[in-house]
Structure formats: C-alpha cells, structure tokens
Design a protein around this ligand. Structure first.
Ligand code: BTN
Length: 245
C-alpha cells in the first residue's frame, strides 16, 4: 500500500481527489496526501480542521474482495492500524472509541472516514480517509476544538516528522489488511478489543432512534458494538455516537 503516491500542497479534500483518481483508473493502494485541506470532511457531515504543515491528511484507495456489508470491519481495521502506528512512533497512550475515533486522555487525536462506492450488492472500492493531529499546538485549534481535540506534539511535548508516521501507518495497515484477507475479521477484532477505550465502560449512545445508556461489552462479528442495558438485556449498535461516561 502507498507505493503510488499523489502529494499535493492544497486540496479541498483528499477524499474527493481519491474518488477522482479511481474514476481515472487508480489502483488499489494508491495514496493521496495533502499539506492542507480547504474543505476537509469529517463523519456525520462535519468539517475536519486541516491547517497547513501541522497535520496528516491522507486518503487510501482500497479494492478489497468483500461484500458491501463488511465495510464497517475495514473501518475498525483502519483504527487499529492508526493506533498501532501512533503508539509505536509517538509512545503515547492511544485508545479507540467505537467505532473509530482515536483518543488520548479523552481528546481526539485522529479521525477516520471510510467512503465506499457500490454496484448492486458488490463493493467497488473504498476510500479510507485518515486525519491525524501531529504538530498542531493549542493556538492552532479554533476555540471550540481546544477542549475536545489534541495532537501528538501537545501530548508528547515535541514535534514529529509526518513522513515517519505516514510510513508507519502504511506498514501497519498493510500487515492488518493481509491478515484480514487471509484470516478474516477474527484477529482484527481481537486487536481492536485490545486497543479499545470503549469496552467495559459505561457509555451513552446517540442513534437515529434515540439515546441509550449501558456498558459496552464487546464487538460483534460485523463490527457492531454490543451494549448491556440497565435491565440486563443486550443491544447492538451499528451506527451512532458513543460518549464515554
Ligand atoms: C472524523 O469525523 O472523525 C473523520 C475525519 C476524517 C478526516 C480525514 S483528513 C483526510 C481525509 N480527507 C477528508 O476530507 N477527510 C479525511
């Protein structure tokens, strides 16, 4: 992965560029990187703050041989890959909040956005977008993000070479992607659980159907979160926002 690189100074979003490159015939493993984004996209229609020089903004094109319904598993795979790369390079305590936010001390360090394109029931390709706060300092964040976001420089107390971190992410991603191809989701699920900040914790989940509270107990085979409610019953969450309580 990442042997074909497209590097830009400024893009609206590396996601948009990656979709364009697929339309032009880009192969699996093609990576798009930008120094800054003018319209970085987050999950749920949010904006991803992408100032120049300080963050990693990249999108990886994947063409996995899996049915469309398994794409959430790849989101979890991406979270594990990023988590392992960040711990290895920055030696900071990162945990994954379901499904794929990476947190340090409750603050977000990294965001993942998977966009897929399907034909019928078959998956055509996935663009895995990853944003990492690397060298941002507190003043680089708009006030509303200061209490909820952090960077590796803030947490570790020194700057990091973005190239080193990008190489580590690709290495981890490639190893897990191969493992997933050969052995399925089982080993990925174990690694996700081992790096989780959500499991065995009281959580509040906001879904389209409303809010619920319980204890996050495990990850299910398709990547959903099993939450034990106060009355002892178990419910599965497939999409929603989890708040650690
Ligand atoms: C989230 O909401 O947590 C996901 C954020 C994903 C941000 C990355 S930065 C690189 C790629 N390009 C985008 O426009 N978004 C993703």
């Amino acid at each position: 992965l990442g042997h074909t690189l497209h590097v830009y100074d400024t893009l609206d979003s590396t996601q948009t560029k990656a979709h364009e490159l697929v339309a032009q015939g880009a192969q699996e493993g093609t990576l798009v990187i930008a120094d800054r984004q003018t319209a970085g996209r987050g999950r749920m229609g949010r904006v991803w703050h992408s100032p120049p020089g300080a963050g990693i903004y990249m999108s990886l094109i994947l063409k996995p041989r899996i049915p469309l319904q398994f794409t959430p598993q790849l989101t979890l795979l991406a979270a594990v890959a990023l988590c392992r790369a960040i711990v290895r390079i920055a030696r900071v305590p990162v945990g994954i909040k379901w499904p794929n936010d990476l947190l340090i001390g409750g603050k977000k360090i990294c965001g993942i956005l998977l966009e897929s394109s399907a034909e019928d029931e078959r998956l055509r390709y996935i663009v895995a977008g990853m944003g990492i706060g690397v060298n941002l300092l507190p003043d680089d964040y708009p006030p509303e993000l200061r209490s909820i976001a952090t960077s590796l420089a803030i947490e570790a107390g020194h700057r990091f070479e973005r190239e080193v971190l990008i190489a580590a992410v690709l290495e981890e991603f490639e190893a897990l992607y191969k493992l997933y191809d050969e052995q399925g989701f089982g080993p990925i699920r174990s690694l996700w659980e081992a790096n989780s900040a959500s499991l065995n914790r009281p959580v509040r989940v906001r879904t389209a159907q409303g809010e619920l509270e319980g204890i996050a107990e495990s990850l299910d085979d398709s990547g959903g979160l099993n939450v034990r409610l106060a009355d002892g019953t178990m419910t599965k969450i497939f999409s929603g926002e989890v708040e650690l309580r």
